[in-house]
Design a protein around this ligand. Sequence first.
Ligand SMILES: [Zn+2]
Ligand SMILES: [Zn+2]
Length: 413
Amino acid sequence: MRIEFVFGPLHAGNLRNMVNLTVRDPLGFRGTGHRQGNRHIVELGPAHATPGYLAGPLQAGRWEVILHTHLLLSDVRGELRVDIDDHERPPFESGAPNLPAVRPPEPGSWMMGDLHCHTNHSDARWTPAELALAATERGLQFLAVTDHNTTSAREPLRALAPGLLQLPGIELTTYYGHAVILGLPDLHDWTRLTIHRGMRELASHVAHERGIAVIAHPLRAGDPICTGCTWTYFDWRPADTTHLEVWNGPWDGAHNTSALELWYSLLASGHRVIATAGTDAHGPAYHPQHGFTCTPATNDAATLLEQLRRGETYLSRQSNLTFAVHTPAGPAGLGSCAPAGRWTATVSWRDLLPGSTLHAVSDGRREVIPVEHTGSHTLHPTVHRWLNFEVRLSDGSLHALSNPVFAQQAPLA
Ligand SMILES: [Zn+2]
Ligand SMILES: [Zn+2]
């Protein structure tokens, strides 16, 4: 089957109109091609499909082609043509790259991964093979590919990099916000969401299914520069979410500083929101300022998902920190909750750049400690709400951000 959709004009001033296609067959979702351009060609066959779409038998019955008008700044006319045949098309990708071996996680160590990245199955430049190569070269040990509104890159990535621990992911790319959904096999229908209704139900459904819904880049510039990139849902605000992406793309994006401030203000008002990072990489390479997710080593996807859910994570350019927090109730991992009081915390690091500083943030108060290349520091803060850490480079930019250990006040007698 071949579907072709052409529309015009493409350009509206300096911006480009954007219309994408979703295909549904009698059994359900067959893919979305979330990408720029005004000529969309979708080829579907039993063994191969255009990136973004799913190969498989062509079932007789009712098919649907859905047009998503992500950005229309001018009058647009389009033509849709569907040719039904049973020619098998050649595969779009050939050959697997020679991947360096993925270093198996050592028990007791921390591992590093990316929870938000794209391939040419949506609008990225790199193929799943090129992403897998970059991820293994960067030393990543887990990955969630989160293409816009489609799942079709998951299987090729699994086949290409079986040593890389993978979680099912997607970036629901809606008109009023982008949400990274982790840990669920199925796609959620976002097309019925309005700015006032639907996101709260969707987020609670994800939580009920034991997935994670992350508000992605909540404060990135939105319409019409990047449609839906600012989070504007009224029924699911950052204060309602469990996970908020505070490090999106390279750190120096101004939206990241604002997202970090937003996160601290949520902590200060008593919300237990877990901070997340995603490179949002679209190829052709990872960037030195990308933030990854570090979590205790495991080779079990369910354990990884659970650690991410409770925030046993720090976000960093490199997996070179460890944290040990002791409270009156015993040791407490990042993301956990412990009785308020006087705690002892030790942070250890290696391979930090000259001029780096460690910031201990307890209840919003910041203690700044100069650090050497490799070493450790112990402090004894009195904590009423939370304790977390940052490592900043000499130019003030973020090297790492830990999730908090949260403090719980004793109930009133
Ligand atoms: Zn996005
Ligand atoms: Zn993205």
